[in-house]
Design a protein around this ligand. Structure first.
Ligand SMILES: NC(=O)c1ccc[n+]([C@@H]2O[C@H](COP(=O)([O-])OP(=O)(O)OC[C@H]3O[C@@H](n4cnc5c(N)ncnc54)[C@H](OP(=O)(O)O)[C@@H]3O)[C@@H](O)[C@H]2O)c1
Length: 256
């Protein structure tokens, strides 16, 4: 039975991860902003699966979020065996029109907090000779995305960081996996106003399927995994084709 800390659990892929890990009889630490949703999720998972569930309500975009999580983990005497850096959101549109505050928050949540939480829990995992870290990237990590430039750049960081760390950790018993989903039916698209784009009409996966793919890859200690055949093909061609060809295609996919 592992202790699993997951960020962004109140909906979508994170909620599916929480359910999956609880079903597999692991103890959970859930991190999100909404306290009411966290408490409801805690009660449901505890009564369904008889596992221990702790909640940390915090805004990861705020300064001091990682310190708050570190203090809570110390207070609860937790040693985290599995870390799922999943929390995230999007701000789409032409860069000249998007909100800088949202983009800076995205850099904070996707890059700074993900890096800081890894730095926080990794030493304990190495000491115990066992640990699993999963960082949620995106298919956008593999290609520049016009009309989603900052988001894709943060996810490129997630992929590069995870790949490099995976190699460093060989032989320690700790692995890092980067899960790259494509369009997935969660609140993500409606929050970013992109649910009517071609990207979200062409091929959309269910969050439970994405979490299940991520879970299997994580437990096998894989370096990275792209969710679903369509997304795998997209990534394959993005590596083959020059940026001058792939960029207009991606931009077209953001059209309604
Ligand atoms: N859905 C897609 O099409 C898609 C595609 C590729 C990659 N992804 C990635 O998948 C991950 C999960 O997204 P999702 O699709 O499941 O979206 P979602 O349904 O909107 O869920 C996002 C979760 O993150 C939490 N969150 C957002 N901002 C936060 C903050 N500042 N502090 C703490 N928690 C925060 C939200 O909870 P609260 O609002 O309660 O804080 C929620 O639980 C993200 O990293 C996203 O980039 C999604």
């Amino acid at each position: 039975m592992d202790t699993v800390l997951i960020t962004g659990t109140t909906s979508g892929i994170g909620a599916a991860f929480a359910e999956k890990f609880a079903r597999e009889r692991n103890n959970l630490v859930l991190v999100s902003r909404s306290k009411a949703k966290l408490q409801r999720q805690q009660a449901e998972l505890q009564s369904c699966y008889q596992v221990s569930v702790e909640c940390i309500s915090c805004d990861l975009a705020e300064n001091g979020a990682t310190e708050l999580i570190a203090d809570k983990a110390r207070e609860l005497g937790l040693s985290v065996d599995v870390l799922i850096n999943n929390a995230g959101f999007n701000e789409t549109g032409y860069f000249t029109d998007t909100r800088l505050s949202e983009e800076l928050d995205m850099i904070q949540v996707h890059i700074k907090v993900l890096t800081a939480l890894t730095k926080l829990f990794l030493p304990g995992m190495i000491e115990r000779g066992y640990g699993r870290i999963l960082n949620v990237g995106s298919t956008g990590a593999y290609m520049p995305c016009p009309c989603d430039t900052v988001y894709a750049a943060t996810k490129a960081y997630v992929l590069s960081f995870s790949n490099g760390l995976y190699q460093e950790l060989k032989g320690t018993g700790v692995t890092v996996t980067c899960l790259c989903p494509g369009a997935t039916k969660t609140l993500f698209a409606s929050k970013a106003n992109i649910e009517n784009t071609l990207l979200f009409k062409l091929f959309v996966m269910q969050p439970e399927d994405v979490a299940s793919i991520g879970y299997k890859s994580l437990m096998k200690g894989r370096r990275s995994t792209t969710a679903g055949l369509y997304n795998k093909l997209l990534v394959f061609f993005s590596k083959l084709l020059p940026i001058s060809v792939i960029s207009p295609i991606v931009q077209w996919m953001f059209k309604e």
